[in-house]
Design a protein around this ligand. Structure first.
Ligand code: HEC
Length: 152
């Protein structure tokens, strides 16, 4: 059965619309993935923080666990800036505030400071006393950023 010119045209339109829909779906999936990845990264920092803040409140001091937490903070702080691309303001449930993309250098500066402070603490912490004096300097970066750049 031969197609009329109109039918041929409509099948072409359907094809193009189909490709556009696939392109849009891919772009949205990418947003979602950056949001998920940064939330997983934050959760990893959160569980490491819980472990060390227990030690701040008198649970037995464990140098190896402190060092693991500091290495995690340093690695995650280096990785984090790439997980806030322009197209990830929306696309999934997120607590990231729009001000992140207005003050990008200030935002990324706090991640850089977290990385530096974690490395400095890794070198300085040798025992429970140095842990108690150095660790708060590292963790205050979490609150500094959340206060301005995270909802809630
Ligand atoms: C430079 C900014 C910045 C720094 C530094 C930072 N965070 Fe976050 N954090 C955010 C933002 C933005 C979100 C919201 C992410 C989203 O929902 O898309 C967040 C979310 C979180 C969450 C919730 C994750 C979830 O979705 O369940 C936890 C937990 C968290 N951060 C812990 C930490 C800890 C612990 C530190 C320090 C060791 C830290 N963060 C350092 C910006 C930061």
């Amino acid at each position: 059965l031969a197609k009329s010119p109109q039918e041929f045209f409509m099948s072409r339109v359907a094809l193009v619309v189909g490709f556009l829909a696939i392109g849009v779906a891919a772009a949205v999936a990418q947003n979602t993935s950056a949001i998920e990845q940064r939330q997983n990264l934050m959760k990893e920092m959160g569980s490491n923080t819980r472990a060390v803040s227990g030690m701040m409140r008198g649970q037995p001091f464990d140098l190896a666990q402190v060092q693991t937490a500091l290495q995690t903070f340093s690695r995650d702080a280096q990785k984090a800036p790439s997980l806030f691309p322009e197209d990830s303001k929306t696309g999934a449930k997120t607590e990231a505030l729009p001000i992140i993309w207005e003050k990008k250098s200030e935002f990324e500066g706090i991640f850089a400071k977290l990385d530096q402070d974690a490395k400095a603490a890794l070198a300085a912490i040798k025992d429970e006393a140095t842990f108690k004096s150095e660790m708060p300097k590292v963790l205050q970066n979490c609150g500094t950023c959340h206060k301005t750049f995270r909802q809630g």
